[in-house]
Write a new protein. Sequence first.
Length: 320
Amino acid sequence: MKNILYFFPIAFLTLFAGTLSAQDFTDPVEYFSYFGDEHNGVINKNMEYVQHAVHSEDLVTIETKRLELIELIGVTMARVEKVPPFGKDSKMKDEMLEVLKMYKNSFEIEFNDALTLKKDSKESYEAMEKYIDAMDDAEKKLDKASERFVKASEEFAEKNEIQLLKNEGNEVVKDLNKLNNYHRNLFLKYFKVSKKNSEFMDALEKQQAGLMEKKRKELIEDCNSTLKVLSIMPDFKGDTEYLDATKEIVSFYKELGEGGYAKMVEIVRKNDFTKEDADTYNGVIDTYNTKIPELNAKFNMAGNNLLRKHIPKPIATKRT
């Protein structure tokens, strides 16, 4: 019985995979490991790219990482194409090439489309939602491709009596996508309410009481629906910090909409302001200017903490 054990020390794999060259394999473990190493090399680069794409606003760097990944996939495909079948069995090699083609297609098309959407994502809630949906769809396609390779690997291992003691490569990608999905989902909830608040502020700047009232009511409605969803959202592996911070800032926007903003609408509707009106109006502004930066900082810190705690480490392999 032959055994192969997968580990996760940082940054070993990409160095190791690059040293392998096409050859005739006689040992099924070495053959199996070769393809596993090549696949994990692409996954590592994918993890690096996705983290930049999701959590960075530097579009030039994101595009550079995407092109680097496409180049790596091309180089990997060229190496794999030179590897002969194991005896008469070419299924693992054939599946690997098909999976790499799926990866390459996703990064040339779907992730490129997502990057285009990211450029305008902060213009509106609808634009942000389209960008996030595009990233989710692209990541799901990568998941399916990875699952296809894992299935082919397991079939080869069973056929050649290779005992898989631990194989978490595909789970690392799934964990990363779950983390990004959770993070994006909470951010989108916050972004929706924040954008509606900005619309109220635009109406306030124009001193249009009717428009202010309309946006105030919409803000309260968005806050109520968002808080309802947040109340049933689960934690992420026991971590509630980002969820709690989202609830807190949305709750504050709701308080503003129901309290301070209502008072501001009534004051703007008047032709003559009293000193009491001015004090009330300025008091709402002061509260906003004090609390919102504080809550935004707390929200952003909680989001960063979530990522720092739960981002999977790069994959590497060690054979025994």
